[in-house]
Design a protein around this ligand. Structure first.
Ligand code: C2E
Ligand code: CA
Ligand code: CA
Length: 322
């Protein structure tokens, strides 16, 4: 047996044995150990017996987890399309009241998605639908549902109106005109029975939205500018578009009645609306104090939890009946 370098351990297999030689660093001495190869093989077999099932189980669990994630993280647009196919969308209606009389004069249609029992609000899916170019499909569905819900409504309540929310892209699409004409027809709506709500952002480019808005007005729709005060519409564009209603955004209403100062913006909005001859609807009114301030300031209409939460069309009709 030829020893290697001093101090360097080495091992080799001979005669069915594993042999390890550990020479001393300082002396010509060394330790030798030998054990049967069958012993080593037996150890390896036992380790495999224990680790293999664990490995397989871990692999299966990981694969299942990946599959679960893929299924449950299908992109939102894909899930929206599936929701449309499965008729999971419906409308609720929130009353709009005349502040002086407390009378319900109309209702805003708000989209809801019942996804297997989970109620999903539009803030969670409208932006994604807009980004994915799916909003036209949702608007189409809104119009379909509203047409069913409001069938016969205006014959019974000729002064009542339903307002529909449109997305920015709807205002640039000629198809919207055809779609909304179908709604007029299906509900036998007269002038003033149907309102279209477009956000200030949607109207930001009057060159694009202007032609559709003007045509909608010709077709008997009243136009409301939604979330007013949160965008940057210029006075000239507001005047050019000839709007009917201005909805004061909830963020400004929230500042009303909070102990100290009242909103510094609302008085300006009111002066402007009066100058342009546009009626106002205050959004998100939750307290008597707010309603009182608005009424005294000359705001004509309001909407908010104080008067009614969004509800089914049946509840709206039941409340309108004498
Ligand atoms: P919006 O048009 O400003 O609608 C008013 C929102 O304020 C509604 O939320 C309504 O439930 C809520 N609201 C009303 N009164 C009160 C109140 O007193 N307090 C509070 N905290 N909230 C109040 P919702 O239904 O979740 O809708 C959110 C937004 O989603 C809407 O804002 C609108 O921009 C959009 N949206 C809803 N339905 C449609 C639709 O059919 N089409 C499109 N394109 N957008 C829609
Ligand atoms: Ca609205
Ligand atoms: Ca609004």
């Amino acid at each position: 047996l030829k020893l290697g370098e001093r101090g360097a351990i080495f091992r080799f297999i001979q005669d069915e044995h594993v042999i390890v030689v550990a020479p001393s660093k300082r002396f010509y001495l060394g330790a030798v150990a030998a054990f049967p190869l069958s012993h080593v093989n037996e150890r390896i077999r036992r380790v495999i017996q224990v680790t293999l099932p664990i490995g397989i189980a871990t692999g299966v669990v990981l694969a299942a987890a990946v599959l679960y994630l893929v299924q449950h993280q299908r992109s939102l647009p894909t899930v929206i399309k599936a929701g449309l196919r499965r008729n999971e969308f419906f409308l609720v209606y929130q009353p709009i009241v005349e502040l002086d009389s407390g009378r319900w004069i109309g209702a805003e249609a708000l989209l809801r998605w019942n996804r297997g029992g989970d109620m999903i609000t539009p803030d969670q899916f409208i932006p994604a639908a807009e980004d994915a170019g799916l909003i036209q499909h949702l608007t189409e569905r809104v119009v379909e549902i509203a047409a069913q819900d409001a069938e016969g409504l205006f014959c019974r309540f000729p002064d009542f109106y339903i307002s529909i929310n449109l997305a920015s892209s709807d205002l640039e699409d000629q198809k919207t005109l055809i779609l909304l004409d179908r709604l007029t027809e299906a509900t036998s709506a007269k002038k003033g029975n149907l309102i279209v709500e477009a956000t200030e952002r949607g109207l930001a480019d009057p060159e694009k939205a202007g032609p559709i808005i003007r045509q909608l007005r010709k077709n008997g729709f009243a136009i409301a500018i939604d979330d007013f005060g949160t965008g940057f519409s210029s006075l000239s564009s507001l005047e050019a578009l000839e709007l009917d209603y201005l909805k004061i955004d909830k963020s400004f209403i929230d500042t009303l009645g909070r102990n100290a100062v009242t909103s510094s913006v609302i008085p300006h909005i009111i002066v402007m609306a009066n100058a342009l001859n546009i009626e106002m609807i205050a959004e998100g009114v939750e307290s008597e104090v707010q309603a009182d301030i608005l009424r005294k300031s000359g705001v004509q209409f309001a909407q908010g939890w104080l008067f009614g939460r969004p509800m089914s069309i049946h509840d709206i009709i039941a409340s309108l009946e004498p």
